[in-house]
Design a protein around this ligand. Structure first.
Ligand code: DMJ
Length: 624
């Protein structure tokens, strides 16, 4: 409550009344005296005959719950001294509480006080709108409990501490540039020092702000976090006649808002996430319930990418909604979100899978696969990631997701994973039965995924899967080490006499992607082999040397060139993912620990939904 409302009312100074200018006659005086004494008698009588006035007043001014309760049950009429004592005690307590609250308020930061006033205002607005007054009212109140490990401690080892501090400085530099030159835009152009937007977000604004919220929080950049929060409160608007990518908006905006909510407890993030989730629901209006890739947020009209085979939806897009939508149902009390994503699961389960593999294209109306192109990189990647994480996030109760993940991984191993003659393990792409010996930078996330899932692998597979994860991490490190600038290309090949090297000009770029560092982070957490931290540090040095510019960080057009040619874009996932995973790589394991949190595919941490209230991880009885 704002301190001002605690101040007592001050009475307005009474104007002096003018004295009588004329004197009364005797009869007039007598009548006046009579009226006056009648008035006094009446007032005196009231003291004895009217009900206890303190109780009436308490109903008007104090709104004491005790009095209210008694009034409702009709027990208020008893005017015994015990009752008076109770009321006096209540008044005293209310005053004490008010004083403590005022003291607390005075100790808060001005920004926090501002936020609270805004919250109060919103509450008043909601109350005044009544039960049907707008979306926010339909949200049930939820009791916020911060999940374990939302904040972390300094690492004890000085070298790691220094590295972690360096990553924070990189975030400060990158955020500073965005703030100065592109505030409110989706992304920053750090060379031309202006805002940038890709068509993925349509007319939505502030992708960088929403994507970076949790990184700011995790790195304890609280003032920046508060500023970003205020921007979200005042400016983040979804009521636009604009077409967006359902997948991108879900992983960056919905995911970013959900994480910000779980880390900070600020309800504005929950409300915005649910509001946006509701706007995405019309995308599921297809014959199968497999959503469209693109959606107009106002009209609710959806369609697919014109380039997608046979008018299909894309596996990595419709298959990467599950984590966020489960949390939307949890936070809104609306089961529709969960139903939509569980239906996707059902459709996929019923389909025949060539060699157990999931093709990247599926027509949402016919329910038929399009072109048989299978990839653990672009177009397929995060579908597999979300199967595994759906199981982990469900406190390991979602057995269906678990089975689908390990079955899919088995099919990938049999059909796609190969070893080069130089001994590098890679994940190829599959086109109608033929292998393309190419691995994308995007595919490198799979090292981390396989390491994360190794623990629950069926049979005796845990050790084998950890080895596989380590081999993929090594291959991806090689793809960096074999370039001139020591940053990895968009795709690298294992044919025509090369290994882990890009051969096509249009695959030589680096756009600040996170996947290789993401894998280093998981590998570090599960093995504590120092080489992963060292590999991460190599990437930091290369980023500093070649991507850092005066206003932030830029992607590079050719990682084999002798000097960098900048693409002038600081992608929002640089702050959401690349810098966050680097920071966690140099942090203690109990900062966002893996048994309490899963990262969505944009590195936004979401808490495990516990099956009971103990918040203890469920023991997986089926694990090997
Ligand atoms: C991110 O938006 C996500 O990681 C997504 O799953 C794939 N691509 C980018 C980062 O490279």
């Amino acid at each position: 409550m704002p301190a001002a409302t605690l101040l007592p009312f001050t009475a307005a100074p009474s104007r002096k009344s003018a004295g009588p200018t004329s004197s009364f006659r005797l009869t007039e005086r007598f009548i006046l005296l009579l009226v006056f004494s009648a008035f006094i008698t009446l007032c005196f009588g009231a003291i004895f005959f009217l009900p206890d006035s303190s109780k009436l007043l308490s109903g008007v001014f104090f709104h004491s719950s005790a009095v209210e309760t008694n009034t409702r049950t009709g027990t208020v009429s008893g005017s015994g001294s015990a009752n008076d004592e109770k009321i006096l005690a209540k008044i005293r307590k209310d005053h004490e509480d008010a004083l403590t609250e005022a003291k607390d308020t005075l100790q808060k930061r001005p920004e926090e006080i501002k936020q609270e006033i805004l919250k109060e205002k919103e509450k008043v607005l909601r109350d005044s709108l009544g039960p049907d007054g707008g979306d926010v009212d339909r949200l049930p109140p939820v009791e916020y409990q911060r999940p374990p490990g939302a904040t972390g401690q300094e690492p004890p080892d000085p070298r790691t501490r220094e590295r972690r501090a360096k990553v924070k400085e990189m975030m400060q530099h990158s955020w500073g540039g965005y703030k100065r030159y592109a505030w409110g835009a989706n992304e920053l152009r750090p060379i031309s020092k202006q805002g940038h937007s890709s068509n993925l977000f349509g007319g939505l604004k502030g992708a960088n702000i929403v994507d970076a919220l949790d990184t700011l929080y995790i790195m304890e950049m609280y003032e920046d976090f508060d500023e970003a929060t205020a921007w979200v409160e005042k400016n983040l608007d979804f009521s636009l006649n604009t077409e967006v990518s359902v997948f991108e908006v879900n992983i960056r905006f919905v995911g970013g808002l959900l994480s910000a909510y779980y880390l900070s407890g600020k309800d504005v993030f929950r409300r915005k996430a649910v509001e946006l989730g509701e706007r995405l629901l019309p995308a599921f209006k297809t014959s199968t319930g497999i959503p469209w890739a693109l959606l107009n947020l106002k009209s609710g009209i959806g369609r697919n990418w014109p380039w997608a085979s046979g008018g299909s939806s894309i596996l990595a897009e419709y298959g990467t909604l599950h984590l966020e939508f489960m949390h939307l149902s949890k936070l809104s009390g609306n089961p529709e979100f969960a139903q939509k994503v569980m239906n996707i699961r059902k459709v996929l389960e019923r389909l025949d899978k060539p060699h157990g593999l999931y093709p990247n294209y599926l027509n949402p109306n016919s329910g038929q696969w399009g072109q048989h192109h299978v990839s653990v990189g672009g177009l397929g990647d995060s579908f597999y990631e979300y199967l595994l994480k759906a199981w982990i996030m469900s406190d390991k109760t979602d057995e269906e997701a678990k089975k689908m993940y390990y079955d899919a991984l088995q099919a990938i191993e049999t059909n796609l994973i190969r070893k080069s003659s130089g001994g590098l393990t890679y994940i190829a792409e599959w086109k109608g039965g033929l292998l393309e010996h190419k691995m994308g930078h995007l595919t490198c996330f799979a090292g981390g995924m396989i390491a994360l899932g190794a623990d629950g692998a069926p049979g005796d597979q845990t050790g084998h899967q950890m080895e596989l994860a380590a081999e993929i991490a090594r291959t991806c490190h090689e793809s960096y080490a074999r370039t001139t600038l020591k940053l990895g290309p968009e795709a690298f090949r294992f044919d025509g006499g090369v290994e882990a090297i890009a051969t096509r000009q249009n695959e030589k770029y680096f756009i600040l992607r996170p996947e290789v560092i993401e894998t280093f982070m998981y590998m570090w957490r599960f093995t504590h082999d120092p080489k992963y931290r060292d590999w991460g540090w190599e990437a930091v040095q290369a980023l500093e040397q070649h991507c850092r510019v005066e206003a932030g960080y830029s992607g590079i057009r050719d990682v084999y060139a002798t000097s960098p040619n900048h693409d002038d874009v600081q992608q929002s996932f640089y702050q959401a993912e690349t810098l966050k995973y680097l920071y966690l790589l140099f942090s203690e394991d109990d900062h966002l620990p893996s048994d309490h949190w899963v990262f969505n595919t944009e590195a936004h941490p979401l808490p495990v939904i516990r099956r009971d209230s103990t918040d203890q991880p469920h023991k997986d009885k089926t694990a090997a």
